[in-house]
Design a protein. Structure first.
Ligand code: OOG
Ligand code: NI
Length: 468
């Protein structure tokens, strides 16, 4: 039979748009954030043709308006494994392992996202996906109760499970199947106004850790935020304040720079939302749950392990000197700026010290390379063009800050640092992609392609590749 299937990127784009529409209805403030970010982005682009050019070159301009990431929290290995299969339908694969126990949060995570740059440019939808670490709950009774509740729930509809099977058998979904897939998948991420437990049980989980209550007491892993990408997060932060949104005290991540690195994020605090709990002695109980919030991010250049090490080192130094960013945001920002002077803010130096990843492109003119030329001189002569590779992943310290800003004061649990990537991958059903290998490969492949296209002979190519 000759059938045409929808491409993964089409299904992903449709799903991302449907999620955005659903979240806009569920959390009206999200719609306000989107409008705000759109306005800021068009202003920045019109004021900064050079940036527009660079974004055009990397294909990022076209995707900007559609760009967002979401986050969910899962309760069991089985849920995580099925989620992996669900995202695979949309060409999204797990990248990186994030251990949040370091920050007193009983989850570990990965991010599902497209793997090819072209795919990211077609639609860059990502979902930061966390799995509850029941092993970190000390109270045996509570742990067993959580396990029972999680075993009982079904977060995927039967129709969705059948469509995932169909996809795996056919290696694709028809137009009709894809439409149905998007509808059914949406159900998993929807908000539920009713809890699966009574109020007293909810309180017990809440007392152990707010996040445990959020995961265990509901029918599914409601999407807890959808984050648009802005080109000027400081402007966004200021406007959030002006519009009366409860913005975080500080922007997470590196300071503002001429050449942005990694990821800067800010969020507004989670909403109090009314929940119906299971009746006790015939009496229905109402209460409030805070889970969903708004977040904005600005993305910069991806860093090499060496660059990342420097970033982590500097950030740790800042946090040591200024341990209370929530109450002393100005002092924190000042410290951040000062400490990060040690991180070079020009592309040449970043390349020279091998701190960041770049993509190489061919200039219009024919390449004319002599034996004396090294990679940097070719860039200087503009024989080879190069542009930073955007960071497509997440930062555990920032993520922890985002998680924490949505917990009530002093509510961080006391969990010891205990990463367990092996267990996570076993639960997931595959290994996560190593982000550094991924960026390094894009960098290397782009140079090979550039040199190949210019007909540069293998030995000379080798010599230049060694300079990466
Ligand atoms: C996920 C928080 C992490 C980010 O942007 O770093 C995150 C969550 O709260 O479930 O989304
Ligand atoms: Ni986020």
């Amino acid at each position: 039979m000759n059938r045409t299937y929808q491409s993964a990127s089409e299904i992903r784009a449709r799903f991302s748009a449907a999620m955005s529409q659903m979240y806009r209805q569920e959390v009206p403030l999200y719609g306000d954030l989107i409008t705000m970010v759109e306005n800021i982005n068009s202003r920045v682009l019109s004021e900064n043709p050079e940036l527009e050019n660079a974004l055009q070159q990397s294909g990022a301009v076209q995707r900007l308006g559609d760009e967002r990431h979401g986050a969910i929290r899962l309760g069991s290995a089985a849920e995580l494994a099925t989620m992996r299969r669900l995202f695979a339908v949309m060409g999204m694969y797990p990248v990186s392992y994030y251990d949040l126990s370091v920050a007193g949060i009983p989850v570990h995570s990965t991010a599902f996202r497209p793997l090819e740059i072209d795919e990211l440019n077609r639609n860059p939808f990502r979902v930061f996906t966390s799995l509850l670490r029941l092993d970190l709950i000390a109270d045996t009774h509570l742990r067993e109760q959580a396990q029972t509740l999680l075993q009982q729930r079904r977060i995927f509809t039967d129709a969705l499970l059948r469509l995932i099977d169909t996809f795996e058998q056919q290696q694709g979904l028809s137009e009709t199947e894809a439409t149905r897939f998007v509808e059914e998948a949406l159900e998993t991420f929807r908000w539920h106004r009713s809890a699966t437990v009574d109020f007293a049980t909810y309180q017990r989980f809440l007392n152990e850790h707010r996040l445990i209550a959020d995961i265990v007491c509901f029918r599914g892993p409601h999407i807890n935020h959808l984050t648009p990408r802005t080109l000027d997060i400081d402007a966004a932060q200021q406007q959030m304040r002006e519009q009366g949104m409860h913005a975080k005290a500080i922007v997470e991540g590196p300071p503002r720079r001429n050449h942005p690195i990694l990821l800067r994020q800010t969020s507004f605090r989670a909403l109090d939302e009314e929940i119906r709990f299971i009746a006790q002695q015939g009496e229905e109980q109402h209460g409030f749950h805070t889970a969903r919030f708004g977040e904005i991010e600005q993305r910069g250049m991806a860093l090499t392990p060496k660059g990342r090490e420097l970033y982590d080192h500097l950030l740790a130094k800042v946090r040591q000197a200024q341990s209370d960013p929530v109450n002393q945001p100005q002092a924190y920002v000042k410290q951040l700026k000062q400490t990060f002077r040690q991180f070079p803010d020009n592309q040449r130096e970043i390349r020279h010290q091998k701190l960041g990843y770049f993509r190489y492109l061919r200039a219009e003119l024919p390449l004319n390379i002599s034996d004396e030329d090294d990679l940097e001189s070719l860039i200087e002569q503009r024989q080879i063009l190069c542009t930073p590779i955007t960071y497509e992943d997440f930062l555990p310290v920032s993520a922890a800050g985002i998680f924490q800003s949505n917990l009530k004061e002093g509510e961080t649990g006391n969990f010891t640092r205990s990463p367990n990537q092996q267990q996570f991958e076993q639960d997931l059903g595959c290994k996560v992609v190593d982000e550094f290998c991924w960026y390094a490969k894009i960098q290397r492949d782009s140079l090979i392609e550039t040199l190949d296209a210019a007909g540069i002979e293998p030995e000379r190519q080798q010599r230049l590749l060694e300079q990466l």
